[in-house]
Every structure is written in C-alpha cells, then in structure tokens.
Design a protein around this ligand. Structure first.
Ligand code: BGC
Length: 470
C-alpha cells in the first residue's frame, strides 16, 4: 500500500508534534469558561442505551456472559451490564440530573434490540416509553439528540453476521425510519451511528468486543459498511421525520459521531512517522474523507485496499459529532495486525484508564473537523476518574480548548459531556467511572460528583439556569 500522507497539510502540521503553539496554561479561569459560546449553543451530557438502561438482551449481553478461548472473561473481572444504572425505570431521576446541571441538551440512544427484538416485531410498550422521554425532555427545555446505533446489535442481527453482513444495510435504516416516525415530532438532531472506527477496531481488528474477530480485511469492510449505511439511515430519517420540533427550519439533521484520537509518532524515525500516518488515516481520516469526497478509501498494508464510491455520501453529514478523549503515541511494530503499538506516555497526566489528559487535542480536532464545512457538536468528552477530583479541571480545560476553537471561527454548536452517569464501560466493566453523577448500584441513587458544581458554573456563564435538584 502507498504511504501517501494520510491527511491534509494543515492537519499534518497540527498533529506532527511540530506545532509551535504552547500547551495549555496551568490554570483556566472558571469565571470565563462558558462565556464565549455562540447563541443557541447546546450544553448537556450524553449516555447510551446499553450502558445505562439495564435489562437489555443483545449481542453485548451474550458477549458479557462468555469468555475468550483461553478462559479469560470478555469483560474485566467477568462483570456484566445487568441492571446497569436502571435508567430504563428511572428516567425522571436522569431528567432531574440534567436539570440540576442546567443542561439544554441530552444525547441518548435508542436500543434496537428493545424496539425490534425479532425481525419486524415492534415492541409498542418500549416505543411508548422512549416517546414519553422525548416529550419530557422537550417540556423541560432540553433538546434531545438521538443516536440510532451505539455499538449494540439485536441478537438476530448478530446471528446474520452483524456488521459483516450486507443485510444490515437494509435492516438498520428500516429501524431508523421507524424510530424517526415515532419520535420525529420531538427530535430534530439524529446521530446515525456512534464511532464506526471504534466498532471496526474493537470488534474486528483487536477482537475485544463482539464478535471478537481479529482480521484486518473484516475491520476495513465493517468500517466501510458503517459509513455507507450512514447514507441510508439519513435517507430513512429524513423521509420519516418531517416535523420541525424546535422551529429552526429543519425537521431532521443527521450526523455521524466520530472518535478523534490524536496519534503522534513516538520518534522522528521515518518508519514511526509513516506508520503513525497510516494509523491516523484508518482511525481518524476515513470518514472525514468519505464525507468530503463521497469515496470510502481504506488502506491497511499489506493486503487491504478499499476504494468505493457511494452515491449520496458526499455532503451527507448534516453535522459531525466529535468524541474526543486522548492522545496516544505510535511506535511501529510490523509484526502486529495494527502494525504498531499505541500507548500513553507515562510522564503525562492520565486518567484511570491510562488515557492521557490532553486538552489541546480537542482544539486540534475541532480545527480538523471544521475542514468538512458542516456544524460540529462535541458529542462526547470526559474522563474515567473514580476519585471525582480530576474531572472539574479536565472539564474546564477541555471546555476552554473548545471555546478557543470557537473564537477562531470553528462552527461548534454544542458540548455533551460523557457521561451524565457512571455507566457500564464495555470491556472494562464497571471500574472506569465517567459519570458527572455517581450511582449507587444497589439503590440506583444518583449523587453529584464535584464536577457537577463546575458544570453548573459553566451553565450559568452560558446564560442557562441550573435548577436545584440535589
Ligand atoms: C463511547 C462510549 C464510551 C466512551 C468512554 C466512547 O468511545 O462512545 O460508549 O463509554 O467512549 O470509553
């Protein structure tokens, strides 16, 4: 495969480590954070169905209760999502948490396996419940952003081959259309799917998520199929959601949420730089290029080279969502499927998951995403911090980075913190704690962590009105 530059020159300059701008100052003034947002900015938090609802039955619940061939549990310490934090039965508590934050937006996902547990079979009770949530959010002045697919699949879809089977190109858009018909009069902001790159890497390259495949070609196919399916999901939503819920002139805006990882070569050697460029291309650039050009182009040496034009793909992102968490360094290792080891530097501040805390990456990615020329929402940003002590500073610094990008003219329309609640963190189980609100997993009582006060300060600075719910 060719080792051509993986991304545009300006992005390359920003990501190569030669950007002369200083890193963040030591302190960010909390009185300023939140004061530099454009009118109508959406401020809130995010969750996903499987991680908070509880009581699901999907490909992940199967995965959680089984093991790798060597006997190691699929999820750390053999933990399962189980009742999760029981959001399925505690929506009023979640709403209270949002109101306490002063949020005017909430990103959540609908669980396909709940609504369509068998092909074509629709669960009316589940549909009614999701609909009532949307009505309650709107009544509280909170704009819902609904994700159609956030990693989980119904068992029947997984049995068909999941993302590595072309039937999902019809079944998921059909589901999306039905959801849009159900919720469209309350919802204007839709996410077709969450992080196609993470799904492809975790499920099909390193095999740590279902279906546990380790195959470069499958990972590339699955990444391509997700991006293509975004186009069909968008068509289905736009056909079925014709009601402009917030009166801004658009009934449905459909975006894709993309995980941006700063990947920097671990040395100045030609090999590390070239492999870091390839890793960056696969992890970061494929969906961006696809939206710009209408072509899905994926290269993984030695044998994977997809170049596919998809009708309707160019310009099909009404917005793009940025999920931003960390920076990693890339050291070439041609013996590995990923061709490199990607790691956090131990001399940098890190989260409980060993992810580097690197607010500047938020700034860099907002600039990089802005090359698409569509509105950007920060759809996730947060930290695994069981102590709760680091999160306030993390929040202030990342918010400040975002406001600096806005000051440069980048069109950022919202920030949704990951996560509203302590939730089930996929293969890492329950130990990583991303929640603004802690949850007692016996009583399911929600309680604010220290960052909630920080968030309320930002809300006030942004002209919103946090209510006193705790
Ligand atoms: C995912 C979330 C996850 C979060 C923290 C994101 O990549 O969308 O589901 O919990 O990262 O790992």
């Amino acid at each position: 495969m060719s080792l051509r530059p993986a991304f545009g020159l300006s992005a390359a300059l920003l990501l190569c480590g030669c950007d002369p701008r200083p890193d963040f100052p030591d302190a960010v003034d909390p009185a300023v954070v939140g004061t530099r947002l454009p009118p109508g900015f959406l401020l809130g938090a995010a969750t996903s169905s499987h991680q908070v609802e509880g009581g699901n039955s999907n490909d992940w619940t199967d995965w959680e209760s089984s093991r790798f061939p060597d006997g190691t549990p699929h999820v750390r310490d053999g933990e399962v999502s189980g009742m999760a934090v029981d959001s399925w039965n505690r929506f009023s508590d979640d709403l209270a948490a949002l109101e306490h934050l002063g949020a005017n937006a909430y990103r959540l996902s609908v669980e396909w396996s709940r609504l369509e547990p068998n092909p074509g079979e629709w669960d009316e009770a589940a549909a009614t419940r999701y609909r009532s949530w949307m009505l309650q959010l709107r009544a509280a002045g909170i704009e819902p952003m609904v994700t159609i697919s956030h990693f989980t699949l119904p068992k029947w879809v997984a049995a068909q081959g999941g993302w590595d089977d072309e039937r999902i190109e019809q079944s998921l858009p059909a589901f999306a259309g039905r959801v849009a018909a159900l919720l469209g009069d309350q919802v204007d902001l839709w996410v077709s799917m969450n992080e196609p790159n993470a799904m492809a890497v975790q499920g099909y390259l390193v095999g740590l998520w279902p279906p546990g495949v380790q195959d470069q070609a499958a990972a590339a196919r699955v990444l391509a199929r997700q991006i293509e399916t975004h186009v069909y999901i968008r068509e289905a939503i736009r056909m079925n959601d014709t009601a402009d819920a917030d009166g801004d002139g658009a009934a449905a805006r459909v975006g894709l949420v993309h995980h941006g990882r700063v990947l920097q070569p671990s040395s100045s050697s030609v090999l590390d730089s070239a492999i870091a460029g390839l890793a960056d291309d696969f992890a970061n650039e494929v969906p961006l290029r696809a939206a710009r050009t209408g072509r899905i182009q994926i290269n993984i040496p030695p044998g994977v080279n997809i170049d596919q034009e998809v009708e309707g793909l160019q310009g099909s992102f009404d917005f793009i969502g940025l999920n931003y968490y960390f920076r990693q360094y890339v050291r070439a290792d041609l013996g590995l499927a990923a061709l490199s080891i990607q790691y956090s530097r131990q001399d940098r501040p890190r989260s409980d998951l060993d992810w580097e805390i690197y607010p500047e990456g938020m700034y860099l990615f907002l600039h990089r995403f802005s090359q698409l020329g569509v509105p950007i929402y920060v759809t996730e940003n947060g930290i695994a911090d069981a102590s709760g002590i680091v999160r306030p500073e993390y929040l202030l610094r990342h918010f400040d980075a975002m406001e600096r990008a806005i000051g440069d003219g980048v069109d950022v329309r919202g920030y949704l913190h990951w996560s509203l609640l302590h939730n089930f963190e996929w293969a890492d189980g329950w130990r990583p704690d991303f929640g603004l609100f802690a949850v007692d997993r016996t009583t399911f009582e929600r309680s604010p962590t220290p960052a909630v006060e920080t968030f309320r300060g930002i809300s006030r600075n942004a002209g919103l009105t946090p209510q006193d719910r705790y």
